[in-house]
Design a protein around this ligand. Structure first.
Ligand SMILES: [Zn+2]
Length: 292
């Protein structure tokens, strides 16, 4: 059976070099990163039979609490976000979630060797053909995201000839501004009584996403999984409910959330992977390569 044999839906059937289904590990910093940055790709891979795992380095316990100060007796945000992450992972078809307890906001100041040991441990447990993490811009220059990028890249580089392929994800520039503009139009059309939130998952400046990001080498248009990505984002209620993404409905999801940008890392294996195949122009016309 060829690794490029088509599935019934026309997408390439995934297959690792050894003939077993490939495995993908996503390494992110906070609950919701996986859905916003890579939800389309993760859902698409899972639907094709790829074993998708997620390593999340913090509980995001210093994120916004959703609707102001926590009520007396309310569950701590770290618990809430752990539950939201589990729900989002189920929505995306992620088979395994490992949620670590590093302090939110402190990843750049944790000993690099500690983070690298955690990331290496998860790579050894899950045996991925492909690892996905942030690029050097950390989606919007978030220090935790940049630390995850640096530590994951260092671990993959140190694996030498045993390393999986490594892809860095960035948010398409202007895409979150398009979400805010869409929210403004919907809000005006509905004559909503109060101003709508212009933030994206707690990030006030939508233009920060993708600003100055390294150029992608692959674009994945996960149109058929964009609604699933939106539903996964909705699982992160504490961050989602007061944000411009709330105005995106499933009919808009493919246009506003379907495209994801990836860059092949200089380190790690360089052969053909499921990500290359989904982004290839012949993958049902669903993706595209953008040079390099
Ligand atoms: Zn994050």
């Amino acid at each position: 059976m060829s690794g490029r044999e088509n599935c019934p839906d026309g997408a390439p059937r995934p297959e690792s070099a050894a003939g077993s289904p490939p495995a993908l590990l996503a390494v992110f910093a906070h609950p919701d990163d996986e859905s916003l940055a890579s939800g389309g790709l993760l859902a698409w891979c899972a639907a094709l039979g790829v074993r998708v795992s997620l390593l999340c380095l913090t509980h995001g316990e210093h994120g916004q609490t959703g609707g102001g100060a926590p009520r007396p007796g309310a569950r701590p945000l770290r618990q809430v976000r752990a539950g939201e992450l589990e729900a989002a992972a189920r929505m995306l078809g992620i088979a395994r979630v490992r949620l670590l307890d590093h302090e939110d906001g402190m990843l750049p100041w944790i000993l690099p060797a500690r983070l690298e040991a955690d990331i290496l441990d998860e790579i050894l447990r899950t045996g991925p053909d492909v690892v996905i993490t942030f690029d050097a811009d950390g989606l919007y220059w978030h220090p935790d995201h940049i630390a995850a990028h640096e530590r994951t890249t260092a671990v993959v580089a140190a694996l030498g000839g045993r390393a999986p392929a490594l892809f860095h994800v960035t948010v398409p520039p202007g895409s979150m501004r398009a979400v805010v503009d869409h929210a403004a139009r919907v809000s005006a059309a509905r004559r909503l009584p109060r101003p709508f939130a212009r933030s994206i998952l707690g990030v006030a400046d939508a233009d920060a996403f993708g600003a100055g990001a390294p150029a992608p080498t692959l674009v994945v248009h996960a149109r058929d999984h964009a609604a699933q990505k939106l539903r996964a984002l909705r699982c992160h209620r504490s961050q989602f409910d007061d944000c411009a993404l709330r105005f995106v409905d499933e009919d808009d999801a493919a246009r506003l959330l379907g495209a994801e940008h990836y860059r092949r890392s200089e380190v790690g294996a360089q052969g053909d992977t499921i990500v290359d195949r989904l982004a290839a122009p012949d993958a049902g016309g669903a993706g595209s390569a953008v040079g390099g």
